[in-house]
Design a protein around this ligand. Sequence first.
Ligand SMILES: Cc1c2[nH]c(c1CCC(=O)O)Cc1[nH]c(c(CCC(=O)O)c1C)Cc1[nH]c(c(CCC(=O)O)c1C)Cc1[nH]c(c(C)c1CCC(=O)O)C2
Length: 330
Amino acid sequence: MRACRRQPVPHTPVWYMRQAGRSLPEYLKVREGIPMLTSCATPDLIVEITLQPIRRYGVDAAIFFSDIVVPVKAVGVDLDIKPGVGPVIADPIRDRKGLEALRPLTPDDVPYVTESITALVGELGATPLIGFAGAPFTLASYLIEGGPSKNHDRTKAMMYGEPALWHALMERLTDIVLEHLRIQIRAGASAIQLFDSWVGAVAPDDYREFILPHTQRIFAGVAEVPRIHFGVGTGELLGVLGEAGPDVVGVDWRVPLDEAARRVGPGKALQGNLDPAILLAPWEVVERRALDILRRGREAEGHVFNLGHGVLPSTDPDQIKRLTELVHSF
Ligand SMILES: Cc1c2[nH]c(c1CCC(=O)O)Cc1[nH]c(c(CCC(=O)O)c1C)Cc1[nH]c(c(CCC(=O)O)c1C)Cc1[nH]c(c(C)c1CCC(=O)O)C2
């Protein structure tokens, strides 16, 4: 929390995107036979899975176990998370009529979120819980394409070709995302991260026109907690991601943190940015790369160590444990 606020810290804090999940045997065990979206609606499982990486690694924050599509599902959109694929939408949203599927979210739609966060905050004690949501662009991509997409063609076709419809869709998603984040904060989340994983597909001027007004509204609406803004492939967008109003800009592995600090400018902390694939290399390689990131991170006004994207399922948990100890000893 102090690093997010650019205050002095005893050591660089560390957590990992997707720290809970398939790289952990204890995760695979409790998830056996239970579909992803069922686990995301079951408080006992949410609490257990969220705590697993805290017990194993001693990381400095927990991230709420859920998925970016949970609030969209909760307002009634027919979707599923297919193993090895990701979110798949039964009736993709491509016109005005489709927007009606996106009614506003209320706390009663996600009672399991409030219940599990309340329980988690008690269990975690001094360790902060990070709440999260998918950003409107990344959610829109899943909803318009109907599933994962390489180039986001239909999404961009709507953005460029039907700007009024695009902004109407973004408005509705922004309302859902903002309420979902507020529900998590009211239940006790200490910080939030907005995942705009696929926004790196967009040029900076288009980000300003088609996305920025919406992400600005989200960050302005949750100003009571530290806010992290993350996307993949965002080297050219780092400045404008900061303009959206977060306290921390997440950086993938493509831009070194000292350069990222220049691109983001003053008044922000950074989060990142070890390539998750480096954890598949021998420890000596991980150590050398992590130390380089920690040194470059000193150029930022605050640094939260993380990967540049989520933990890969084939990662050896012992590598993550050693990495956490290294970051804490730096
Ligand atoms: C794009 C995105 C999604 N979901 C999410 C994003 C943004 C982050 C990113 O860029 O990775 C966010 C997310 N999804 C999950 C979390 C949990 C918290 C964490 O530990 O980080 C978070 C923060 C659990 C999950 N979400 C998912 C899993 C795997 C499902 C399983 O274990 O059966 C987990 C642990 C499923 C999911 N959900 C999604 C994808 C692409 C997948 C992977 C599909 C697959 O490879 O099987 C959509």
